[in-house]
Write a protein that binds this ligand. Structure first.
Ligand code: NDP
Length: 307
C-alpha cells in the first residue's frame, strides 16, 4: 500500500489489484498534489461510520500525456473505481472516456472519471468547487451576480459554464491572448441564458460598461510564480465586491494582495480544491461532499504546511 507521499508510475499497476478499493490522481508533475492527503483523510473518517471504507486508498500516479490513452484502460483492468485528472490531462481525457456527464460536456474537459463496467464516465467538479468555495469563504452566490473571470483555459471554462448554469446576471471574461478569448466566447455563446450578458475584453483595456460590484475570479496561472505579472490591475476596475484567486500555492498572490490593499474581500483557491475533491469522492462513493469538505480542508492545509 502506498503512503500519501508515494509517487507511483504505470509500472506499479502490475501489482494491482490491492486489497480493498483504489482511487488515484493522474498528472505530470504530480508530486505537489495534496489530493491523496485530502481523500485518504476523508476515507478514514468515513470508515468510522462504515468500516467498508477502511480498505480503500487514494494514490498518486505520474502519467505523461502521451501515455494517457494506454493508462486509462490499464487502471480499469487493475480495478480502480475512480480517477482524478490534473494538468495536463483534463482536456485530453475528454476524447478517451466512454461517456461524458451532461454538465461536463460544454466544458470540454473532465477532472473526475467514474468506473463503468466497460470503461470510464467523465465528470467535471471544478465549477462546483468554485461555487462552493465562493459561498464558504466569501458568502457569495453566483446566481444573479456580476462575474469578471480572468483567463480562458481549462479552469476558466469550468468556471464560466458554472456561472452560466447557475444564472449569473453578467459574465465578463478577460484574457491575455485574443484568439483564446474569441474561442471561449464562441463556445460559451450557445449556453448564455436569456437576460444574461456575456462579454470578452483584453485585461489591459477594461471596458467602461463594466459594472461595480463584480466578483473578480483569477483563473489564469499568472501568480503561480513570484515573477508573474498581475492578471489585471484591480485598482483600475469599477470597485469589485470580492476577489477570488484559484491559485492556493502561494496562499496570497500579488492579485489578492492588491485587492486586500483596496479593502476588497479576498479568498484563495484552497476552498475550490477541497470542494471539487469532495464532489469527486461523492461521485465515486456516495459519501456526501458536504460531509467530507471539512476533513479534506484540514488535511490539505496540513499537507501544504499551513496548519
Ligand atoms: P490553462 O493552462 O488551461 O490556462 C492558463 C490561463 O492562464 C490562460 O487563460 C492563459 O492565457 C493565462 N495565463 C497564463 N500565464 C499568464 C500570464 N503570465 N499573464 C496573464 N495570463 C496568463 O490552465 P488552467 O486553466 O488549468 O489553470 C489556471 C489556473 O487555475 C492555474 O493557476 C491552476 O493552478 C488553477 N486551478 C486551480 C484549481 C483549484 O482547485 N483551486 C483547479 C484548476 C485550476 P493565454 O490564453 O493568454 O495563454
Amino acid at each position: 500500500m502506498s503512503t500519501d507521499n508515494a509517487v507511483l508510475t504505470l509500472t506499479d499497476l502490475a501489482s494491482w489489484p490491492k486489497p480493498g478499493g483504489s482511487f488515484a490522481v493522474l498528472g505530470q508533475p504530480i508530486k505537489h498534489s495534496v489530493s491523496p492527503a485530502m481523500h485518504n483523510a476523508a476515507l478514514e473518517r468515513a470508515s468510522i461510520a462504515d468500516p467498508r471504507w477502511k480498505q480503500w486508498h487514494y494514490h498518486r500516479f505520474e502519467v505523461a500525456p502521451t501515455d494517457l490513452p494506454i493508462a486509462l484502460p490499464r487502471f480499469h483492468k487493475a480495478g480502480f473505481s475512480g480517477l482524478n485528472l490534473t494538468v495536463p490531462h483534463k482536456v485530453l481525457a475528454r476524447d478517451l472516456v466512454e461517456e461524458i456527464d451532461n454538465a461536463a460536456r460544454p466544458i470540454g474537459a473532465v477532472n473526475t472519471l467514474r468506473r463503468t463496467p466497460t470503461g470510464w464516465k467523465g465528470f467535471n467538479t471544478d465549477g462546483y468547487g468554485l461555487a462552493s468555495g465562493l459561498a464558504a469563504d466569501l458568502g457569495l452566490q453566483l446566481k444573479g451576480a456580476f462575474v469578471l473571470l480572468l483567463g480562458a483555459g481549462g479552469a476558466a471554462r469550468g468556471a464560466a459554464v458554472q456561472c452560466l448554469q447557475e444564472g449569473v446576471a453578467s459574465l465578463w471574461i478577460a484574457n491575455r491572448t485574443q484568439s483564446n478569448l474569441d474561442t471561449i466566447i464562441a463556445d460559451l455563446n450557445p449556453l448564455v441564458p436569456a437576460g444574461c450578458q456575456l462579454r470578452g475584453f483584453s485585461p489591459s483595456n477594461p471596458p467602461a460598461e463594466l459594472p461595480e460590484g463584480c466578483i473578480v475570479i483569477n483563473a489564469t496561472s499568472a501568480g503561480l510564480k513570484l515573477t508573474d505579472p498581475l492578471p489585471i490591475e484591480i485598482g483600475k476596475l469599477p470597485r469589485p465586491a470580492a476577489a477570488y484567486d484559484m491559485i492556493y500555492n502561494p496562499t496570497e498572490t500579488a492579485f489578492l494582495r492588491s485587492a486586500k490593499t483596496l479593502g476588497i474581500p479576498t479568498a484563495n483557491g484552497l476552498s475550490m480544491l477541497v470542494h471539487q475533491g469532495a464532489k469527486s469522492l461523492e461521485i465515486w462513493t456516495g459519501i456526501p461532499a458536504k460531509e467530507s469538505a471539512a476533513i479534506m480542508a484540514k488535511a490539505a492545509k496540513t499537507a501544504l504546511g499551513l496548519a
